[in-house]
Design a binder for this molecule. Sequence first.
Ligand code: KG4
Ligand code: ZN
Length: 339
Amino acid sequence: MKILGIESSCDETGIAIYDEQSGLIADALYSQIELHKEYGGVVPELASRDHIRKTLPMIQQLMSESQLSPTDLSGIAYTAGPGLVGALMVGASIAKSLALAWDLPTVGVHHMEGHLLAPMLSADKPSYPFIALLVSGGHTQLLSCERYGVYEILGESVDDAAGEAFDKVAKMLGLDYPGGPEVARLAESGTPNAYRFPRPMTDRPGFNFSFSGLKTFTKTTIASIDNPSDQDKANIALAFETAVVDTIRIKCKRAIEHTGFKSLVIAGGVSANTSLRTSLEDLASNMNIKVYFPELQLCTDNGAMIAYAGLQRLKHGHTEDWAISVRPRWPMTELENAQ
Ligand code: KG4
Ligand code: ZN
C-alpha cells in the first residue's frame, strides 16, 4: 500500500510517498524561508502563492523519479489543519483534484498527529503507550498516548508555544527568521550561568506551560544592557534556551512519573534543538526509560509524516468526501478516535 502525502500548512511544501512494506520511498521538501526572511516571519498570502507554484511540479517529479504511476497509489493524504487557511486550501485542493482524476481516496491529516507519528519513520521506533511532547512553532503539548489514535492532553502552553518564543527572542536579538536554530547557534558561544532566567510554572503542580513571561524577562534583560555586545547576546540566548529546556524537562519528568510509561516521544520543530535532545536523553537515562526523536530532517514540517499518518488513518477506514474543507484551528482533542 503506497500513499502520497502533501504538507502545506505553513512555510514548507513537503511531498512524500510512503510504502507500507518498504517505508519512505520518495521525499521532497521546499522551504519558503528565503521568501519570508525579509518580512521577519511568514506572510500567509505569499505562502499560499508559493505552495500553489511548487506543489504539482514537486509531485510530478517525485512520481517520475520513483517510477510510479497513479495506479500504484492507494490514496492521497494532505494536511487538513491546523495551519494557515490559504496554505492548507492549496494542499487540500490539489490532493482532492488529483484524487478525483486518479480515482483514489483522500485522507485529511491533523498536522500535529503527523509530528507525533514522525518517530515511527525511524528504524528504532517507540511502541505504545508513551508520553509525547509536541513542541513546534504553534504548539507545546504533553500528551499521553495509550494507543494509536487515543491521545489525552496532559498539559499545554497557556500562551506562546516554545518555538514561537524562540522566534520572538531571535527577533529581539536581531537574528534572522526562523529564529529557533539561530538562537541555538548563538547560545553555543554563551557563557553558562552568566544569567539565570525563570523556569515558568514549574513551581505549580500540573503539566501546563507558559513562555510569555520568559519572553518578557528576556526582553527586559536585553533592555537593561547598554549596547549589548555579541557575547552579551550569546549569554542571553543561552540563558533563554536553558530556561526553556529545563522547564520542558521538569514537565516531562512529571508526566512520566504520573503515567508510569516507559517511553517518551519528542516531536515538532523544537525537537531539533540539540540542548533539548541532550537534556531529555539524560533524563531518560536517569529515569530508566527510553526517549525517541524523529530523524533531524523529520523534526520540522515535511511530507513524510503526513504520508505516514495518512496511511494509518486510511487503514482505519478514514476517507474524506469531495468537498474541499480545511480546519485552520483544530484542537487535537477533537481528532476523531481512530479505534
Ligand atoms: O514543526 P515546525 O517545523 O512548524 C510548526 O508546525 O510550527 O516548527 C517550527 C518551529 C519554529 O518556531 C522554529 O524556530 C523551531 O521550530 N525550531 C527550533 C529549532 N529548529 C526549529 N527551535 C529551537 N531550536 C532549534 N534547533
Ligand atoms: Zn509543524
